[in-house]
Design a protein. Structure first.
Length: 529
């Protein structure tokens, strides 16, 4: 077996640690041929030191150079599209076509290019100038490394060295230390090669991007506390995320977490009367996307009791029963899903379909639907809000309208919340009440849709209250707003023109950059009195 190198300080180098791991094909249970190193704390400290040196240079790089890096990285990925998508398919079990080769690959490339456009415009810096007081402020690089820890379920679009967090951290002018996810290390190595080639081509500091595969948990926590680490981005489980947050809080290191969400959907009576089967099919499609392993997958469906509720449940059960179980990311993921399903059954849920692993497969689980009465749910709402990470959801049946409002008020923070209402306004009052109850509890409020399919758009919010994320004021998707997670707001008080960043000088540096000058947004020059 070949032991793969890590990317450190501008070169591919061997990790001296003898500890390794070998990834497994989730479709077959067979191990891949190469081994990947588990890095030591000494190596992680060296990476942080190298990144600290790069930060000083990047702090003074022109936005055009940063933008060119993002575009070059995107072009390199596009050129190797077939190879990367094929490897990601083998490592994750996700479909090669269209999921990886087209949908997720296009999103990854597009968000890098869109980020480059944001960098060139410089609008994300939100420069503010008060000429009377000669007081000026803007967002700038943090001055240290950003540690990005990628998730298991999006090997491209959220990858630690190619995804949205990576693009945002680089856009703000920070060096990135990327931690690969152990379920897809080969994919991450290929993406790291694309980033490294772009660094070399443009002459950026070698430690602008570095990458390691895995480390011991305690070493990872120690790394977060290093003074050279200026911020952390993490997408993954609530248990791990909270451990990272406790470590970051000890040193005041900003950490941005995307953790868990059940993404409730509320179906009002008029919506069921109009399009019961249509909504059931829509939700089934949403649940089945990506083998249910999406942070916006619908996990809880609240419906009014009656004949239409029965028809809805039967149609959704039929769709899930007929759909073949999909390969999940790992056997551990199957076990985690089964544990969550059993937890809900133990607390009073009734099994409609599924509820068990597929015995003749390495990483498959039967598509699952559970049901519980609203009164039973309301006796234990915190216990019932258990994320089932896979094709699984539970239906809550309400005997009267007020129970829907009560359920909405019990919800923890979620990435999304959805309401299906009558198209002619028949349930306008109940919809308005539900909207008011859901609004502070979800990051993205949806009417008559499904939560999956996050648009990479400046108006998108992919975030929400705890425990969906660690901070409700930020989004992990959508430029330029997601850049602010990895930037520092800094002020210049009566600093001379020649010592100011170009973006805060009197003359507009591009002629098109939008700045808030003396109380107005403008692309014009500042005109001191």
């Amino acid at each position: 077996m070949t032991k793969q190198p890590i990317l450190i300080n501008g070169r591919w180098d061997n990790e001296p640690s003898p500890l390794t791991f070998t990834p497994v094909n989730p479709s077959t249970g067979e191990s891949f041929s190469d081994q990947y190193p588990i890095s030591t704390l000494d190596t992680l400290k060296k990476m942080a030191d190298y990144a600290s040196g790069a930060a000083e240079t990047l702090n003074h790089c022109s936005p055009d150079l940063i933008a060119r890096f993002l575009e070059s990285h995107a072009a390199n990925i596009d050129q190797r599209r077939n190879e990367i998508a094929q490897v990601a398919h083998l490592e994750t079990g996700l479909p090669y076509q269209p999921r990886l080769h087209e949908t997720e690959m296009n999103r990854t490339i597009d968000q890098l290019r869109r980020t480059a456009d944001c960098v060139r415009s410089r609008d994300w810096m939100t420069a503010r100038i008060d000429t009377r007081l000669n007081l000026r402020s803007m967002y700038e690089p943090l001055g240290g490394a950003v540690l990005i820890i990628g998730p298991n379920n999006f090997p491209l679009a959220y990858n630690a060295i190619a995804g949205g967090d990576f693009a945002a951290a680089i856009a703000a002018g920070n060096p990135v230390i990327a931690k690969a996810h152990p379920l897809h290390p080969v994919t991450t190595r290929l993406l790291a090669e694309c980033a490294h080639d772009a660094v070399l081509t443009l002459g950026l500091p070698g430690s602008t991007v570095q990458m390691f595969y895995q480390c011991e948990p305690d070493d990872g926590l120690a790394m977060i506390k290093l003074p050279q680490i200026s911020s952390v981005g993490f997408t993954g489980s609530q248990r791990v995320g909270l451990e990272l947050k406790r470590a970051a809080d000890e040193t005041g290191t900003p950490i941005y977490l995307e953790l868990s969400s059940i993404n409730p959907i509320f179906l009002l009576p008029a919506a069921l009367e109009e399009r019961c089967v249509e909504i059931a099919n829509m939700i089934a499609d949403s649940m089945l996307a990506g083998s249910g392993q999406q942070c916006t997958c619908p996990g809880m469906i609240v419906i009014p009791a009656g004949d239409l509720a029965l028809a809805f449940s039967e149609q959704l059960s039929k769709r899930l029963s007929e759909a073949p179980p999909q390969v999940m990311l790992s056997a551990d993921g199957v076990q985690g899903l089964h544990d969550s399903v059993q937890h809900l059954l133990h607390h009073g849920a009734e099994q409609l379909v599924g509820g068990h692993p597929i015995s003749d497969a390495h990483a498959k689980y039967a598509n699952t639907l559970l049901r519980i009465d609203a009164s039973r749910y309301l006796q234990q709402p915190a216990t019932m809000q258990r994320e089932m990470f896979g094709v699984a959801a539970f239906i809550v049946v309400c005997q009267h309208d007020e129970q829907m409002i009560d359920i909405a008020r019990t919800l923890e923070g979620n990435l999304t919340g959805t309401i299906h209402q009558g198209k002619n306004g028949q349930d306008k009052e109940q919809s308005a009440r539900l909207t008011r109850a859901l609004r502070p509890r979800v990051g993205r409020l949806i009417h008559n849709g499904v939560p999956t399919g996050v648009s990479v758009n400046p108006a998108t919010v992919h975030g929400g209250p705890f425990p969906a994320t660690g901070h409700p004021g930020f989004t992990a998707v959508g430029m330029p707003t997601s850049i602010h997670r990895f930037a520092a707001l800094r002020c210049y008080d009566r600093v001379r023109e020649g010592s100011l960043p170009p973006e805060l000088r009197d003359a507009n540096p591009t002629g098109t950059m939008r700045r808030f000058v003396d109380g107005e947004w403008t692309t014009g020059d500042a005109m001191p009195n």
